[in-house]
Design a protein around this ligand. Structure first.
Ligand SMILES: *Cc1c(COP(=O)(O)O)cnc(C)c1O
Length: 448
């Protein structure tokens, strides 16, 4: 038997684990495999830290969401939100599952084209579209979702100058009972701006109004907010039909469904509190089905779900660099990943599991990242076994936003590995190298 390592005794308040009405958290259960690939071999083969994505889980999520909506409403389409995770391999999985692309910048637009998405299946959102972006999108028959009047006027001018006939929608913001209100994107519903923008489009020579869009927030916990948003978009669609005899082809409810992560400070875990996609689908489809549209004019329902479809397909694996005692006696564990890789630790209390069975002793501890800055805290407080240098950890539900918002600060970004449906592993983005990082730098002559 291996000799147990000596731990210096400390005096602690009695700690039975963080209790809620369901009992003690079981964060200490080891996670030794991901999709039956050993965590240990993933780390030894691809280095630490390491992002791992399960292709099976992405497909399951996508098929599940599609089934949920299609069984309630026949005309449904999903468009993959690129900014949530725009690794090309990930996007292509979504496209294979039938998703269109939803992009919010010229950069993402080019990525979608590069992934083989036909122009007419790209939804172009966002406040920052250059004239070149607008022209390219119009020529490719993409769906241009107009964000503000300046964009609307640019598009009217360009389409007349170049004789283009862009297919457009407007983004609408509104009061859905969620605060703070998201009113910085799109045209406001309550003050009449949305209707005003809509009539300008309907009166323009070249613009073809095909849809109405909103994206009311992110990690939304209220299904009722979606019912309100759907009702407001239906009202605009109805008014356009009545007064201009123009029925839009689709209404787009954006993204915002939560993943089952636990928000910081929440009393109960996300898995117990987050509404299911079924509940969101009920709220949305109930409104469209009963609004009063004739069957042949029922709009297609577009969804741009991001985090709800990818978060639980992503894992971050890492290694303990050191442990220490802080001046107040608290245990601290220093990891080889921090805010640089795990941006969403600003929002979430991720589930963090040891990668092997430890002894039964646990302790409350703070988890630090490796960055030389004070804000680099992965978790202020978590009860875990007495991890030591070299021990490995698995962070769960990190598929959304971490691989797009990560920062290259004093260290380089790690490998991303995809586990395919046969449990084969593939690097889908290589770990960065010094050469890669310095590729774009230039040294002026006098410093050579
Ligand atoms: C970010 C974004 C999404 C995806 O949001 P999630 O909260 O990840 O579902 C969808 N549509 C638009 C316009 C967005 O900006």
């Amino acid at each position: 038997m291996e000799k147990q390592r000596y731990e210096r005794p400390v005096i602690l308040k009695m700690n039975t684990g963080l209790m809620n009405k369901f009992g003690t958290k079981t964060e200490n259960e080891p996670v030794t495999h991901i999709e039956s690939v050993p965590v240990k071999s993933l780390l030894s083969e691809y280095g630490s830290p390491l992002f791992v994505i399960s292709e099976k889980q992405i497909r399951r999520n996508m098929q599940n969401a599609k089934r949920i909506f299609k069984t309630r409403y026949p005309k449904v389409r999903f468009a993959w939100s690129y900014k949530t995770n725009y690794m090309n391999a990930v996007c292509r999985i979504f496209h294979q599952e039938g998703s269109w692309a939803e992009v919010v910048s010229g950069f993402e637009y080019q990525k979608a084209l590069g992934n083989g998405v036909p122009g007419e299946k790209i939804i172009f959102n966002g406040p920052d579209k250059t004239d070149e972006d607008l022209i390219a999108a119009a020529k490719n028959n993409s769906l241009i979702h107009i964000d503000h009047y300046d964009e609307l006027y640019s598009l009217i001018r360009l389409s007349e100058e170049l004789d283009l006939h862009p297919r457009v929608a407007i983004r609408v913001n509104m009061d859905t009972g969620i605060y703070p209100k998201w009113d910085r994107f799109g045209f406001n519903f309550e003050n009449g701006q949305a209707w005003n923008a809509l009539t300008r489009i309907l009166n323009s020579k070249n613009l073809d109004l095909v849809g109405l869009h909103c994206h009311i927030g992110t990690f939304m916990l209220s299904t009722n907010a979606y019912a309100t948003a759907t009702r407001n978009l239906c009202e605009l669609a109805w008014a356009a039909k009545e007064r201009y005899n123009k029925m839009v082809e689709y209404i787009d409810l954006g993204g915002g469904f939560p993943s089952t992560n636990t928000l910081k400070g929440a009393y109960l875990p996300g898995t117990d509190t987050v509404p299911s996609i079924d509940q969101f689908a009920d709220a949305i489809t109930d409104v469209v089905l009963t609004y009063g549209f004739r069957q042949e004019e029922m709009p297609t329902l577009v969804l741009e779900s991001g985090r709800a479809l990818i978060d639980d397909a992503g894992y971050l694996l890492g290694t303990v660099l050191a442990t220490k005692r802080l001046s107040d006696g608290r245990r601290a564990t220093v990891l080889d990943f921090g805010l640089n890789s795990l941006f969403t630790s600003l929002w979430y209390e991720h589930k963090i599991s040891p990668a092997k069975q430890h002894g039964s002793q646990t302790e409350e501890m703070v988890l630090f990242g490796p960055l030389c800055m004070n804000i680099d805290v992965v978790r202020e407080s978590v009860v875990l076994p007495l991890l030591e240098k070299g021990d490995q950890l698995v962070v769960h539900k990190v598929g959304a936003y971490n691989m797009t918002q990560w920062m290259q600060f004093i260290t380089m970004r790690p490998n991303i590995v995809l586990i395919d449906k046969d449990n084969n592993t593939h690097i889908i983005r290589k770990a960065e190298t010094l050469e890669y990082i310095e590729q774009l730098e230039q040294i002026p002559d006098h410093l050579k």
